[in-house]
Design a protein around this ligand. Structure first.
Ligand code: ZN
Ligand code: ZN
Length: 157
């Protein structure tokens, strides 16, 4: 759990770093994303008017499936420039930031994970992995890159 004592913050800003168990992210077992390691964090907390400002970075390795070629892939989910303001009410002694930090980190999840930005995906006709080979299927209105061989088809050799 990541929490900060208000009375400690009243004396000086607090720097905190370490790791949290994978469960911190609380992903469902059937989620598109699964954790592949611990959550790394490096945070500063400082008292500001009306609350506490938490800044720093968090990251966690994740596993997912490429949205184009369907291969399993691993990547690092990171919030590099995290800024979180949490209000402090009068009687508050401990500021618990787990939920908010988790939400900040998850904001950085990609909508459509790709094994690499230029992944060519699978051929909609034969299902072959177009990163590995080029098939001769007519892919119709496909937006995929044209096969380098298609130019040769028009040539009378
Ligand atoms: Zn891919
Ligand atoms: Zn094909």
């Amino acid at each position: 759990m990541i929490s900060f004592s208000v009375s400690a913050l009243e004396k000086a800003p607090v720097h905190r770093h370490g790791t949290l168990p994978e469960e911190f992210l609380d992903l469902a077992p059937d989620d598109l994303f699964q954790t592949a390691g611990e959550v790394d964090y490096d945070l500063n907390a400082a008292l500001v008017s009306g609350g506490v400002l938490i800044s720093g970075r968090m990251s966690v390795p994740l596993k997912s499936t490429c949205g184009r070629c369907l291969k399993e892939m691993q990547f690092t989910l990171a919030a590099e420039k995290l800024h979180l303001f949490m209000e402090i009410t009068d009687a508050m002694e401990i500021v618990e930031a787990d939920e908010e930090l988790r939400a900040e980190l998850l904001l950085n999840l990609p909508m459509n994970p790709l094994c690499r930005p230029d992944c060519r995906g699978l051929c909609p006709e034969c299902g072959c992995d177009l990163n590995e080979k080029i098939c001769r299927c007519e892919t119709g209105s496909s937006t995929l890159q044209e096969s380098p061989w298609s130019a040769l088809d028009g040539l009378d050799l």
